[in-house]
Every structure is written in C-alpha cells, then in structure tokens.
Write a protein that binds this ligand. Structure first.
Ligand code: AQP
Length: 333
C-alpha cells in the first residue's frame, strides 16, 4: 500500500475547522487503504517559542484531537515528532543541500518573518520547511495529505528528494506527491472570507476551533460575513463568504453543493447560517466528548504515543542510516 505521512503543529489548544476539513478528514479516510503515519510535529512548534508547560499540554491535546477525529492507532502509526530523533538529524543533512535563496522564497516564511521582524524571526522558522521535508522523506512517503497552504513546502520537499536521487543515485529516497482535496483545500475566515481560516487570524470571530464552546461557534457562524445579494449560490469569486459556508456545510454533511443550492433556493442567508450552526454543533459536541475522554486518561494516551514512536523509529532509523551512508559519514563500528 502507498505510504502516507502528515502532521500538525501543537501551536494552539485546539485545532480549527480548516485543519479538520483540509487535512484531518483526509487522514482518516486514507488510513483505510494506505499505510499511514500521523505525527504531532512538536519540533516545528518550537519555531514560535512556546511556553514549555503549554507546549507539553498542547502536544497531548493535538494527539487527542487526531484520535477523536478517527485516526486509529491500530491501523496507523500515531506519534510525537521529538520522540524520534531521526527527524532532527535528517533535517541537518537536508539543511546542507538546501539553497539559502531557495528557502528564502517560501511565502509562508516571508509572511511570518515580515510580521515578526528580523530580531523576532528565528533561524528555525527559516529552516522549518526543511524539517518538514525530513519528516516526509524519512518514511519513504508517497502521498502527503495537506491543505493548499502547504503546496509550496511540498514542492521544496520534492526538489530536495530529486536532488538526493540525482546526487546519490536513483531510488535513494521516494519523491512524494501532495494529496490536496480541491473542495476543502482552503477553508476561509468567517469574517474575512478571502483569507484562510488560521489560528493567527486578526479577529477570533472568523475562526471555528474544534474545542470552542458550541454557543460561541453558533454565534460566529450566524455573524459570518456574506454579501449584499440575497441569493444562496456557490460562487467563490463573487460570493466568497456564502461559498465558504456552503463548502463547510457540504463537507460536514456529505451533501453536494448543487443539492444545498436547491434546498436554499429562495431562502435567506439567515436560514443557511442557522442550519449550518446546527450542523457544526452536532459535529463538535460528540467530538469534544471524545477529546475529553482521551485527555482524562493521559497514561493511556502516552502509551499510544509511545507505541507509535517505537514503530516510527524503526522505519526512520533505516532511512537515516541509508542517508548517512550516502552522504559519506563514517559508520561507527
Ligand atoms: N484554512 C485552512 N483550510 C484548509 N486546510 C488548512 N490547514 C490549515 N489551515 C487550513 C491545513 O491544516 C494542516 C495543519 O497544519 P499546521 O499545523 O502547520 O498548521 P498551520 O497551517 O500553521 O495552521 P494555521 O492555523 O493556518 O496556522 P498559522 O496561522 O500559523 O498559519 C496543514 O495540512 C494545513 O494545510
């Protein structure tokens, strides 16, 4: 079966609906007929200097949300990045074959470093996509399910993989493909429906976090920005706000966009928002119960993560040894 690898950063207490629909939903679907590995990428989270106790807590919370969404540790490998030291080690090798200009062209780095300023921007943030490439290449990954915002990082990963293969011989590493599901590749901010929904949004009102109070969620959906027309129609260019609501509705109910357009033909935005709020709350309520179930039993959660790390480590060590050898590092006897 094709190998899948993906991860999310433990950089907030809760994942948001963009993370869920853009990535996590695909993770759960793909584990049926793929060999899947899912990771809480805590080393990546260090690029934003989190408080140590908060990071530790968020790492468990992120894993609990993967499980609550349906990641099955029997069928997939679920682990924490820092538990497998090969990630940091391979990242160093890849740092040494990545161009400074090449890394500097990453738009996410450019955006974030512009906000942080030269002194606030760490070298870690700069090499973040290289660590991401290491995560992926360590497991001979074929497919990486991510949202649209990660496309450029995936391209860099592919470039680095091809470079390794041309330098050290075909088949040194697997060149991975992005798996981006078009319909949900980019969920937008409810208040600013041309910007991606993001945990670092200007206003919390545009964000739906999976662990938010359902009442708050319903209120945010009811006050989502739409437009001055009245027609409920999927048209992301002319009607980004309404289209985003329809995308979320469709993804959570498995109903097609045309069937939703037909149902809301002649009805107002208020109806759409009220119904969507119910759909989202109906999804979130049992999800939150499951998350709290996992968090209430940290020993079991830690055991799941430890088992996952053991299985991931065996695979990662194999790739790392192969690459140390190709790079010409003397083997310890
Ligand atoms: N709005 C989104 N729509 C669809 N997919 C999304 N993803 C993130 N936002 C959306 C996908 O979620 C996964 C998590 O990636 P991450 O942990 O690296 O988080 P992120 O991309 O840093 O998340 P944010 O909230 O967007 O953070 P900031 O504000 O820091 O940029 C990835 O697969 C991503 O594509």
């Amino acid at each position: 079966a094709a190998r899948i690898f993906s991860g999310m950063q433990p950089t907030s207490d809760s994942l948001h609906l963009g993370n869920h629909l853009g990535a996590l939903t695909q993770w759960v679907a793909l584990q049926d007929d793929h060999d899947a590995i899912y990771c809480v990428v805590d080393l990546h989270a260090l690029t934003v200097a989190p408080d140590p106790a908060v990071l530790r807590d968020r790492t468990r919370r992120t894993a609990a949300q993967y499980l609550a969404a349906g990641v099955d540790p029997q069928r997939s490998i679920l682990f924490v990045q820092s538990h497998v030291s090969a990630h940091a080690e391979l990242a160093w090798l890849l740092n040494c074959i990545t161009g400074f200009g090449e890394a500097g062209r990453m738009t996410q780095f450019k955006d974030k470093s512009l906000k942080l300023g030269a002194e606030g921007t760490t070298v870690g943030l700069f090499t973040y996509p290289v660590l991401m490439a290491a995560d992926i290449l360590l497991y001979d990954t074929d497919l990486v399910p991510v949202g649209e915002d990660q496309r450029q990082h995936l391209e860099l990963t592919r470039d680095l993989a091809q470079r390794l293969n041309s330098r050290f011989g075909a088949g040194t590493v697997v060149v991975p493909d992005a798996h981006i599901v078009k319909a949900t590749a980019k969920i937008f901010d409810l208040q600013e429906p041309t910007a991606k929904m993001s945990k670092s949004a200007a206003s919390p009102n545009g964000l739906i976090e999976l662990l938010d109070d359902p009442k708050v969620v319903a209120r945010r959906i009811r006050s989502a920005v739409t437009d001055t027309e009245r027609e409920i129609r999927y048209d992301p260019v002319a009607k980004p706000g309404v289209s985003n609501l329809l995308t979320i509705y469709s993804a959570l109910t498995d109903r097609s966009l045309p069937s939703l357009e037909a149902e809301y033909d002649g009805r107002g935005y208020g109806d759409l928002k009220k119904d969507l709020a119910e759909v989202v709350v109906a999804f979130l309520t049992p999800f939150q119960e499951r998350v709290h179930g996992y968090l209430d039993d940290p020993a079991t959660l830690d055991a799941v993560l430890s088992d996952g790390a053991e299985r991931a480590e065996a695979l990662a060590q194999d790739t790392l040894a192969r690459l140390y050898d190709r790079f010409g590092l003397l083997r310890r006897v």
